[in-house]
Design a protein. Structure first.
Length: 154
C-alpha cells in the first residue's frame, strides 16, 4: 500500500470489518494499525483500477472464506483489471477459480495447493501472468512493489 501511495496512487483499504485492521508481523505479532476505508461487501471492481490481496497466513485464510472477497476478486479478473498477491494471498485466487493454467509463485507452503488447482508454480521473486502478479514473501517485497507499480500504472 505504501509503495502505491508513494507513487501517487489513491489507495482504498477494504475489509470485512469496519473500524481498523492491524497488520501482523509474521503471523502473530501485532504491527501497525490502519483505518478501514470501506467494507468489502458492496465494493465493485469498476470503482477501482487494481486489487492487491495481502499476504500472511491469517489474512489470506480469512479472505478465502469471505464470499464478498472472493466475488470481488472474480470481478476484477472478469474486468481484466490487474490483481497482485503475495505470500499466502494466492489462496484467494484459488478460491476464486483463477489459477488453472496460470504461471505463478507464492509462499513455498502453497506450492502443492496451487499445483493441485492447476497453476504452473515456480520459485521466483515475482511472476506476472494474464494480469495477475504473485510474489513469495516479504523478502521479495522490492521486486513485488516494482512490478505492482508497473501493472497498476502508478
Amino acid at each position: 500500500m505504501k509503495a502505491l501511495q508513494d507513487a501517487g496512487a489513491k489507495t482504498v483499504l477494504l475489509s470485512a470489518e469496519e473500524g481498523t485492521v492491524v497488520a501482523l508481523q509474521g503471523d502473530w505479532d501485532r504491527g501497525q494499525e490502519f483505518p478501514v476505508d470501506a467494507p468489502i461487501a458492496g465494493a465493485k471492481a469498476e470503482d477501482f483500477d487494481g486489487l492487491v490481496i495481502p499476504g500472511g497466513t491469517l489474512n489470506a485464510d480469512s479472505l478465502r472464506v469471505d464470499a464478498d472477497a472472493v466475488a470481488l476478486t472474480k470481478a476484477f479478473a472478469a474486468a481484466g483489471k490487474p490483481i497482485a498477491s503475495i505470500c499466502h494471498g494466492p489462496w484467494v485466487l484459488i478460491e476464486a477459480g483463477l489459477v488453472d493454467g496460470l504461471e505463478m509463485t507464492s509462499y513455498t507452503a502453497l506450492e502443492t495447493d496451487l499445483k493441485n488447482a492447476g497453476a504452473k508454480w515456480k520459485d521466483a521473486e515475482v511472476v506476472t501472468d494474464r494480469g495477475i502478479t504473485t510474489s513469495r514473501n516479504p523478502d521479495d517485497l522490492e521486486a513485488f512493489n516494482a512490478r505492482l507499480l508497473e501493472q497498476f500504472g502508478a
